[in-house]
Design a protein. Structure first.
Length: 232
C-alpha cells in the first residue's frame, strides 16, 4: 500500500515541525547513558549503508546533522537529536554489517533491544529499506523484534529515485510481508534524500502520528516492557 495523501495543511505542518533548530543531544552507548524520557521520540533504523544519515539530514534540512560515512556500520551508539520541545529523533546503529568485534556488536544489539523494550515515549520506529534491493533477511529479523515488543514501525524506502519504474512491485511485496505483522503500520513511504522526493510526505506522516498520539488517552498506550535482567 502506498503512502496516503496528505492535505496541504499536513504538509505545511510537517515542514514547520522539521524546520526547528535540530541539534545533536547525546550519544548513548549503554543503557545507563540513555537520556531521560521527555516528549515523544521517533527512531530511524535500517541496514548499514541504507542511507539513514542522508535521510535524517534531508528531513531536518541540515546538511551535516547526522554524519554520513562510506564505511558501513559506522554508527555504533544510539544518537539522539533534539528539535521541537516535544520531539526527539533517534538514529539507531545500522544492522547487517559492522566493522567491530563480535562482542561489541552483541553489546549494542542488546542496548537496542533494551531501548525498544523500555522506552514508553517511543512513538514509532521508521525502518529504512533500500528501494533497489527490497526486504532482506536482516530486515525481517528486525520486524520480528519490533512485533515482539509491540513497538509501532513503518517502512520507508530510500534511494527511490534510482528505481522509479520498479517501485510498485517493491511496495507491493513489502505490503504483503507486513500484512500479518501486528506492530507494522501498513503504508509504505518512498523517499529520496538526493532529490527530496517523499521527504515532505515523511515529515507530514510524523506530524500526523504525533497529533494522533497526543489525542489518545495515556492509559491506551502500551506500557513499556521490563528491561531484560542482563541489561546494563
Amino acid at each position: 500500500m502506498a503512502a496516503p495523501d496528505f492535505t496541504f495543511e499536513e504538509i505545511e505542518s510537517g515542514r514547520r515541525l522539521f524546520a526547528a533548530d535540530w541539534q545533536f543531544a547525546v550519544a548513548a552507548g549503554s543503557y545507563a547513558a540513555l537520556p531521560a524520557m521527555a516528549g515523544a521520540e521517533i527512531a530511524i533504523a535500517g541496514r548499514s549503508n541504507v542511507g539513514k544519515s542522508s535521510l535524517i539530514n534531508a528531513l531536518t534540512g541540515r546538511k551535516a546533522l547526522a554524519r554520513t560515512s562510506h564505511t558501513p556500520g559506522r554508527t555504533q551508539e544510539l544518537i539522539f537529536f533534539s528539535g521541537p520541545a516535544h520531539l526527539t529523533l533517534v538514529d539507531m546503529p545500522g544492522y547487517g554489517y559492522a566493522v567491530a568485534p563480535k562482542a561489541k556488536v552483541a553489546a549494542w544489539t542488546e542496548l537496542i533491544h533494551t531501548y525498544l523494550r523500555g522506552r514508553a515515549n517511543l512513538a514509532r520506529v521508521y525502518v529504512l529499506v533500500d528501494a533497489r534491493h527490497g526486504l532482506k533477511p536482516p530486515d525481517l529479523a528486525v520486524f520480528d523484534s519490533l512485533d515482539e515488543v509491540a513497538v509501532s514501525y513503518q517502512i520507508v524506502l530510500t534511494k527511490a529515485d534510482q528505481v522509479r519504474t520498479e517501485l510498485a512491485p517493491t511496495i507491493a511485496a513489502i505490503s504483503a510481508a507486513l500484512a500479518r505483522r501486528p506492530a507494522a503500520f501498513p503504508e509504505v513511504i518512498a523517499t529520496s534524500a538526493r532529490t527530496g522526493d517523499g521527504v515532505a510526505d515523511l515529515r507530514a506522516a510524523v506530524g500526523r502520528l504525533l497529533r494522533e498520539r497526543a489525542s489518545e488517552p495515556v492509559a491506551a498506550r502500551s506500557p513499556p516492557l521490563p528491561p531484560r535482567r542482563d541489561a546494563r
